[in-house]
Each structure stands twice: as structure tokens, then as C-alpha cells.
Design a protein around this ligand. Sequence first.
Ligand code: SAM
Length: 290
Amino acid sequence: MDWYRPHVEAWSRHATPQTTLWFWNTEIGWANVHPLLASQDWEYRSCHIWDKGKGHVAGNANTKTLRKFPVVSEVCVQYVRKTRLPFKEEMIPIKQWLRAEWERSGLPLSLANQACGLRNAATRKYFTRCHLWYFPPSQHFEKLVAFVNKHGEKQGLPYFSLNGKQPLTGKEWERMRAKFHCHYGVTNVWLEPPVRGSERLKKRNKCIHLNQKPLRLLERIISASSDPGDTIWEPFGGLCSVALASYNLRRACFSAEILPEYYQYAKKRFEHQIFNNSRTQPAIAELAAS
Ligand SMILES: C[S@@+](CC[C@H](N)C(=O)[O-])C[C@H]1O[C@@H](n2cnc3c(N)ncnc32)[C@H](O)[C@@H]1O
């Protein structure tokens, strides 16, 4: 956990409310780092199991000696930023902020449904203190803001404002949470073999990096949590598969890799992709072997 601390602190400093953090690891690696992520205001959203299939068992498990079932999975855990907003000299979670701003206006909470034009969702969902809270969509937020600024106590104006001058707009409000574009039919279990064939970078028939991740899965998480033109950060690059997936999806990406050898292979991989506009890597495999 100490090893990760300076990394997590830096990610946290540079993240925005729209940032998603995808943490790939073994189950035990994740269990160890989770408290650190939580302490830095990363909110757990979901754990995805990468099931590499039975084919991954071959040669990788002597179960009689190990005395456990063969492991064919990794986890990819989704975290989002816990948004905090200013309220009376304090930074409070967005869920509390929403309710505190309403209460500050002196209006009874029972008027929230009328404000949003809803039957009961506003009081049950947007102002609840429990885990069933959810983020009001921008069109409902705009209605709340207009209602409270019109009917709330005049001395507290403006309500739902960050600068004390004007309230947040629906567009600004939408930027207060992580992006998520849901892919139809995808669950939290990902059946995907380890990288093989022409996508796998090899040198004299041996894999260059044991941890090379499948572009298909990386493209899945990048497209789910960002838009074209957004910036992706890949702190532990390896063969920089995330950068390649980002390039394919028209995102900008910055990657770091500490070992010069991997960095060189990643660079060649990129040159090949860009100049040949191809997802396959035969030229790199040849380069690697030379
Ligand atoms: C799990 S691998 C990444 C594999 C990559 N996703 C791929 O598909 O090729 C992690 C990489 O992080 C690199 N690494 C470890 N510590 C690092 C550091 N402090 N800064 C940058 N890279 C680091 C390792 O050399 C290793 O190649």
C-alpha cells in the first residue's frame, strides 16, 4: 500500500469530478490498496472480473502442490471521484450539499417534488440521506434551482451557487460526476482470453510482457468512461496498451513506463500502429526478434 501512496495522491490531486479510475490487479492486490483509494476520496463503483477461461489453466497450475483451484482471473475495479462542494467554509459531499442548499432556503422539503415536476422521486431520491440517493439529472436540477431561487428566503440568494454570484447551470451540474456510457449487454464478468495471436508482442516466440492487456477490454473501459478528445493517464504503461486503445478511440493519452526496454517496444508498437493503421503487430514482433 505504501508503494502506491505517492501515485494515488498524485492521481487524486489531478482528478476532476468527471474522472474514473480503473484499478487492474489481483484480488489480493486490490484488497490491499482499496483502503488507500477510499481514504483519498475514490468511491468504489464496481468490480469487474476478467475471466481468461479454462485455456489459461494449461501449464499454469499444479493444483496438487498449490492446494487451491487454478486462478484464471484478474480484477478491474471502477472508482469514481467523491465530489465535494463548498458549504459554510467546509467542503462537503455533493449529496449533503444538495440537501443543505435546499434547507438553507427555508423551504420545506415536501415542495421538492413540485419544484421538479415529479410525483415523489425528488424527496425520495435527490434529498434522501441514505445509500439510495441519486444524482438529479440536469433537467431536474435546473428546475430545483429555478424554484428555490424564486421562492427561497431572499437574504440567502443565490442558492446552488459555487461562486456566490449565480447558481450552477444544468451543464455545470452534469460535470460534477464521472462520465458513464453504458454498453448494452456488458456485465461485470468479462469472458476474454489472454492476449494471443497477432495482438501479442513476442520476441523469439516468447511474450515480451507477461501482463499485456487485451485492447478490446481497454477500449471497453475507455469508451464507457470518457469521450473523444478527453485525456487518459496510464501510470504503469508496460507496452502502453492503454495509449493504443485511447488512440484508436480518439482520446489523448499520457503513459509512463519505468523500464527502458518496455518503453522502446511500446514506442515501436505505436509507430507501427500509426504508420500502418493496423491493430496487428507482426512488424514489431520482427523488430523485437532482430
Ligand atoms: C501490469 S504492467 C502493465 C501492462 C500494460 N497494461 C500492457 O498492456 O502492456 C505494469 C508496468 O508498470 C511498470 N512500472 C512499475 N513501476 C512503475 C513506475 N513507478 N512508473 C512507471 N512504470 C512503472 C512495470 O515496469 C510494468 O511494465
